[in-house]
Design a protein around this ligand. Structure first.
Ligand SMILES: [Zn+2]
Length: 337
């Protein structure tokens, strides 16, 4: 691997390629070393066609972004430092294998080797939440902050820890499963099988479940009309919308999720002593109505000396965090080789 980096460096590698592999689409970007996106490609994942077809579409999309003209000439593969891939996990990041993905219906799929072979470039893999953490740390809200934690709150909850400027991966590359810390031992069942995980209490799925239970129990809420009387149709997005329109039950549901989030944040603060926690993901767009109770609970529960200067801030990169973080995987390897 080290030889390949040196080849890239000697010939003046100036670009990286980031691939964001999702359940429905693959986004690919050519970036410069400062995280500026120079070209993008987006193709449907088409997971139902099998792993071979998905990988060949990824190869095609990488080729497409590499055919970009920058400064009046085409980018050559010698100028590309490497390829980074963010994928749903669990993964074996060292071997470049997707161990299992319910979304893609993949099991033990080597993804890095065929892509590295197609371009003769070093290729790195990490899970989508770690990749987003890398993006916010290098190019987003956490730029220049050595110790930060990224948390994504969407249908699930995940994250990544940046310690002394580097992504902490743990012994198997699976560190950062923030969503599965137990918050309430007798709480609701989590997708992982455990009870009362943060994800089962504060994710978009949990918010929708709580709202649906309230509608079924007959509480006064505009969510009943918004879902045409079918509680199963309630989503976190609808709860956020009802809250903005002044629905007090919706506010209660979001504040409760915020409180649980705050307990999770307090645990993270006590363990890691970070300068900043960056929160992204679709549910975080609810904004201060979620963040405020989360901050309040965090400050009440974390050790005063540790929590006093911690900043809780929204993520900056939105949908680009996948491709930028994947590009960041390459830069991370080079700057720490
Ligand atoms: Zn869990």
């Amino acid at each position: 691997m080290a030889d390949r980096f040196e080849t890239g460096d000697k010939t003046g590698g100036r670009y990286t390629i980031g691939v964001d592999l999702g359940g429905t689409k693959v986004a690919t970007a050519l970036t410069d070393i400062h995280g500026r996106i120079l070209q993008r490609a987006e193709v449907p994942t088409g997971a139902q066609e099998g792993a071979g077809a998905v990988i060949s579409r990824i190869v095609d999309s990488i080729r497409a972004v590499m055919n970009t003209v920058v400064d009046g000439r085409k980018v050559s593969s010698e100028e590309v430092l490497g390829i980074g891939i963010g994928s749903p996990g669990p993964l074996d990041v060292k071997k470049g294998i997707v161990l299992y993905s319910p979304n893609l219906k993949w099991e033990n799929i080597p993804i890095c080797d065929p892509i590295a072979a197609a371009f003769g470039l070093p290729t790195y893999l990490d899970n989508d939440a770690s990749v987003a953490a890398m993006a916010e740390s290098r190019f987003g809200a956490g730029k220049g902050v050595p110790n930060m934690i990224y948390m994504t709150v969407s249908t699930g909850i995940g994250g990544g820890m940046i310690i002394n400027g580097r992504l902490y991966r743990g012994s198997h590359g699976n560190a950062g499963e923030i969503g599965h810390m137990t918050i309430k031992p007798d709480g609701p069942r989590c997708g992982c099988g455990n009870f009362g995980c943060l994800e089962a209490l504060a994710s978009g799925t949990a918010i929708a479940r709580e709202a649906a239970e309230g509608i079924r129990a007959g509480v006064a809420t505009t969510l009943r009309e918004k879902t045409n009387g079918d509680p199963a149709r309630v989503t976190a997005r609808l709860v956020g919308e009802a809250l903005r329109e002044g629905d007090s039950f919706a506010r209660e549901v979001i504040h409760q999720a915020g409180n649980y989030l705050g307990i999770g944040l307090a645990n993270l603060v006590n363990i890691f002593d970070p300068e900043m926690i960056v929160i992204g993901g679709g549910v975080s767009r609810i904004g201060e109505e979620l963040f405020e109770p989360a901050r309040k609970t965090m400050r009440e529960r974390a050790l005063a000396a540790v929590v006093k200067d911690v900043k809780i801030v929204p993520a900056l990169l939105g949908g680009d965090s996948g491709v930028l973080g994947a590009a960041g995987l390459v830069l991370d390897q080079i700057s720490h080789k």
